[in-house]
Design a protein around this ligand. Sequence first.
Ligand SMILES: [Zn+2]
Length: 249
Amino acid sequence: MCQRCAIDVVSNRSPASPSRRTALGKLGAISLLGLPGPIRTAYAKPPPKPDNALSPDDAIERLMVGNKRYISGETLDRDFSANRAALVRGQNPYACILSCADSRVSPELCFDEERGDLFVTRVAGNYVTNDLLASLEYGVAVLHASVILVLGHTRCGAVSAAVNSFENQTQFPGHIQTVITALLPAVRSAAATSHTGTLAEAATLENIRQNVARLAEATPILSSAVRDNHLKVIGGIYDLGTGRVDLLS
Ligand SMILES: [Zn+2]
């Protein structure tokens, strides 16, 4: 991420409480970016989307209410030109999503949101890599998103391929095996545990849970934000057939 992007983004963050500023200092986000001047200036400016300054619980509620609109087909009318000017100044998404890259899963659509609302990272199999972790840390520490949702989905081809590799020692060409290797711990764990449904279904849920735990425990930024109640990391599964997102307990 270029420094100019960081300046633009930070300069339009939502107003933070004193405790929040202290927490951010602890997180090291300011020293990480080396931008103390712009950040100080930032608190005097309104965020481009004031409604996106939400607590973790309110952010989760907004996601689920949006998903209900998507399921029912009663989505909000969108004027994509309306917020364009405001978003040139910066962004303050209220939620980060770690989604599978599957083309049938579209976070903005399934939560009935628009540009500037969701900070979306995607990889086939929705698992954490160092690059994605860095992006999610940025979404939390700098953009002030208050929830991270690890979003798996039914009939995930990546998980099915990992199950195939587990059961048949299948090797995949090119760099595809990288994805399979990353998903195998969840498949092995699911296979070692009694479960209902297919192994792929159980591994899909286990993969979500493992990556929720990894993010919640990721030091130094995310684990600190969780501890200070600025962040919740949750898991959910998107049903390709119904469009419904169910949160995992
Ligand atoms: Zn998938």
